[in-house]
Design a protein around this ligand. Structure first.
Ligand code: CMP
Length: 142
């Protein structure tokens, strides 16, 4: 089925100037960018986005990393988009990510791991509403 998912290019990858290379991977895999914004997340933005991880030991480091520089946030649309994006990203820990994945190629560590992607369709919808108003989504014309 055609799905939508959230992708975030994190501050490490934005700083490396690889937004275009990452977008190219989405497009080559058949995913279309239907909304995007660059944003400097506030502490409240990052804490709210990652609220499910509030009790985890890495939460404070995660919030401080995600607010350390601008991120690029996009909604990707396409067949099986949630899983497809997760396959393109590779494992959360780049040292475990398959060769040729975004994290294997661009990430340093489990903390600075280049990209975020929604882990389910349900969370994709929640995360999309967190960052985008309905009018900001531009469905693909074919
Ligand atoms: P992300 O998909 O953005 O969701 C939460 C982030 O927390 C995750 O990517 C990692 O960058 C970071 N993180 C740090 N340590 C861990 C861990 N032990 N397990 C999961 N995520 C972690």
């Amino acid at each position: 089925a055609i799905e939508r998912t959230i992708s975030i290019i994190k501050p490490d990858a934005v700083a490396k100037n690889v937004i275009g290379e990452i977008y190219s991977r989405f497009e080559k895999a058949g995913l279309t960018v239907v909304a995007s914004k660059m944003k400097q997340l506030s502490q409240a933005d990052a804490e709210g986005f990652y609220a499910v991880h509030k009790e985890r030991p890495f939460f404070n480091d995660l919030v401080s990393f995600m607010t350390s520089g601008p991120v690029m946030i996009q909604v990707l649309e396409g067949e099986n988009a949630v899983l497809k994006n997760r396959e393109l990203m590779g494992a959360t820990n780049p040292s475990e990510a398959d060769a040729g994945t975004i994290r294997a190629d661009f990430a340093q560590s489990i903390d600075e791991n280049a990209v975020h992607g929604s882990d389910s369709l349900e969370n994709a919808n929640i995360e999309t509403e967190y960052f985008f108003a309905k009018e900001e989504l531009c469905p693909r014309l074919r």
